[in-house]
Design a protein around this ligand. Sequence first.
Ligand code: PLP
Length: 218
Amino acid sequence: MSHIDLMELVRDKIKDLKAYQVENLDECTKLHANENPYPPSPELLNKIFQRLDKLELNRYPDPDCRNLKKTIANRTGALTEQIIIGNGSDELIQYLMQVLCDAEETIAFPDPTFAMYGITAQCLGLSPVSFPLNDNWDFEASSALKTLAEHKARIVFISYPNNPTGNCFSEQEIQQVIEQFEGIVVLDEAYHDFSGKTFLKQMEKHNNLVILRSLSKI
Ligand SMILES: Cc1ncc(COP(=O)(O)O)c(C=O)c1O
């Protein structure tokens, strides 16, 4: 019989983390979880069940998600080669850090913002740094760029609109960061369907720009 202290095997950086707690309430409008209070329409449910009937569940799905990429490309105007599909944008946030950062390198974000940028960075042994929002819940590009340069940040994550403040940061300040930061700018447009605002067009001009979208918020 083994009696190993399993906690001894866990990395210190992981032990430092607090469990991500989401309260499970029964009320129908769960703003803290950003869930839709309304269920899918009967028409949509019907389509899903019809499609399920035809699925080959004994096969792996297409790893390149070619049909989905084509549909997204048609809707957004992006090229299929520019699109990556993930299991939620959380997975893509993790991939971006794994692909672009070596151990202990820095990723940055405004504070307050979506908690997963910092949690994922810590789980991967990276250094998260933040720059403050002002009284209008906006940030100043000049001071953000200073923080990014000081810490040699590899990626800056900008939630647009921002979770949890709900506002879109000023376009001018974001534009300045895209143009002047010598790293990757991730504009997390998980709530795009509510704001209707996007930096998608800017991808033609700036190859350091990544746009994240999600299907979990509509
Ligand atoms: C700003 C932001 N980005 C990404 C996510 C994660 O979305 P997904 O469900 O696609 O992983 C959330 C979830 O709350 C979010 O608020």
